[in-house]
Design a protein around this ligand. Structure first.
Ligand SMILES: NC(=O)c1ccc[n+]([C@@H]2O[C@H](COP(=O)([O-])OP(=O)(O)OC[C@H]3O[C@@H](n4cnc5c(N)ncnc54)[C@H](OP(=O)(O)O)[C@@H]3O)[C@@H](O)[C@H]2O)c1
Length: 321
C-alpha cells in the first residue's frame, strides 16, 4: 500500500510517500481502508518532536513511522477475535495512540473504532474525532458553560476552535476568539462575538475577565491567566508550551484558589465513541464542519505545512480515491 512515512523528527520535508506492507490485523484488530484522514496540530507536533511532550514514547526517533490519527473509512477484514464490525461497514476513529492514518490501510484494535454517523461524509467524519472531543469536553463537560457566561477561546481559528466556538454559542455564551489576523473573519463567521488578533493584543493584559478560558495555544506563565478569570472562573490548558503545562500541573491548583478560580489541564478522553452529543448537533445541522482545504495522500507534507504555519481555517483533510 501507499503510505507517507518518516523516520526522524523534522520539518515536512522528512516525510516521503512510499510503498509499504499492508498491515495484517492482529486477533483483536480491524483493517480499515482509509477514505479520509484529517490533520490535527498533534500531527504537526509529533512530526517535529516539538513541544517535548510530542516525544513521549520516542525521545530520539519517532515511535510511529506513519502519522495521521483522525480516520474515516470502510472495514476491510477483521482479526479472529474482533467481532464488533463486519467487512464493508463504515467506521471512524481517533487513533492518536496508534497513528498510521496517512496510508491507504490501517489496522487498529476494534475498540478504537465507532460506526460512522448516518448522513455524514467520510470527510466530515474524519474531521470530527479529536477536535470534536476537545471542544465537547472543554466547553461542556469540564468547561460547564452556562447561558450568559463569557468564554474566551485562545487559538479559536483552527480545527478545535471551529467546533468550540460554535458549541459555546449554542450553550448561550458570549464568545471571544483569539487567533492570528488571517483568521479574524473566520472566527466571526463561526459566531464569535469578539475577536482578538494575538499579535496586536495580549488578552491577559486587557483587564477583561472570563468565566472560561479554553487555551489551545498556551504559551504564558500560568500566573498570567489568574487576572483574566472571574471569581469561580476556569482556565483549561489544552495544548501549547511545556513550561506552561508544567506550571499548570504544579501550581495551577494553588493559583486563585481563594477566589474559587481553577487553573487546570484538560486531559481529553479521546475516542469516537464519546462523541455522541456533538455528533447529534452536527447531524441536526446545528454545528457545521468547515473543511478549509483538501489534499491527496502524496500532498501530506504540503498539507501539514499549511496547518503548521497557521493558515488553516477549520479543518484540513486528506482524501483518497
Ligand atoms: N490535552 C489533551 O488531552 C490533548 C489531546 C489532543 C490534542 N491536544 C492539543 O490540542 C491542541 C488542538 O489544536 P488544534 O487541533 O485546534 O490546532 P490548530 O488547528 O493548529 O489550531 C490552533 C490555532 O492556534 C493558533 N495559535 C498559535 N499560537 C497562538 C497564540 N500564541 N495565541 C493564539 N492563537 C495561537 C494557531 O494559529 P497560528 O499558528 O497562526 O498562530 C491556530 O489557528 C493542540 O495543541 C494539541 O496538541 C491536547
Amino acid at each position: 500500500m501507499k503510505a507517507v512515512v518518516y523516520t526522524r523528527y523534522g520539518p515536512p520535508g522528512v516525510l516521503r510517500l512510499a510503498d509499504v506492507e499492508t498491515p495484517v490485523p492482529k486477533d483483536n484488530e480491524v483493517l480499515v481502508k482509509v477514505h479520509a484522514v484529517s490533520l490535527n496540530a498533534s500531527d504537526w507536533e509529533v512530526l517535529r518532536g516539538k513541544p517535548l511532550y510530542a516525544r513521549i514514547g520516542g525521545p530520539f526517533r519517532p515511535r510511529h513511522h506513519i502519522l495521521g490519527s483522525d480516520i474515516a473509512g470502510r472495514v476491510e477484514t477483521a482479526g479472529r477475535h474482533a467481532t464488533l464490525f463486519r467487512a464493508g461497514e463504515e467506521v471512524f476513529a481517533d487513533i492518536l495512540s496508534y497513528m498510521g492514518g496517512f496510508a491507504e490501510y490501517v489496522s487498529v484494535p476494534e475498540t478504537a473504532l465507532a460506526r460512522m454517523p448516518a448522513g455524514m461524509t467520510y470527510e466530515e467524519a474524519a474531521a470530527l474525532p479529536q477536535a470534536g472531543a476537545i471542544a465537547l469536553q472543554g466547553i461542556q463537560e469540564k468547561g460547564q458553560v452556562q447561558p450568559g457566561q463569557k468564554v474566551l477561546i485562545n487559538g479559536a481559528g483552527g480545527g478545535t476552535g471551529m467546533y468550540a466556538v460554535q458549541l459555546a454559542k449554542l450553550n448561550g455564551a458570549e464568545v471571544t476568539g483569539v487567533d492570528n489576523a488571517e483568521k479574524l473573519e473566520f472566527m466571526r463567521s463561526l459566531g464569535a462575538d469578539h475577536v482578538i488578533d494575538y499579535s496586536r493584543e495580549d488578552f491577559t493584559r486587557s483587564g477583561r475577565t472570563y468565566d472560561l478560558i479554553l487555551d489551545l495555544a498556551a504559551h504564558r506563565p500560568a500566573f498570567a491567566y489568574r487576572g483574566s478569570l472571574m471569581p469561580r472562573g476556569r482556565y483549561l490548558y489544552v495544548g501549547g508550551s511545556v513550561p506552561t503545562l508544567v506550571q499548570v500541573l504544579l501550581i495551577g491548583p494553588l493559583i486563585g484558589r481563594a477566589e474559587g478560580k481553577k487553573i487546570r489541564l484538560l486531559a481529553v478522553r479521546l475516542g469516537a465513541q464519546h462523541l455522541a452529543p456533538i455528533v447529534e448537533l452536527c447531524q441536526a445541522g446545528k454545528i457545521a464542519t468547515i473543511i478549509d482545504r483538501r489534499y491527496r495522500l502524496g500532498e501530506v507534507p504540503e498539507a501539514l505545512r499549511y496547518l503548521g504555519e497557521g493558515h488553516a481555517k477549520g479543518k484540513v483533510v486528506i482524501t483518497f480515491d
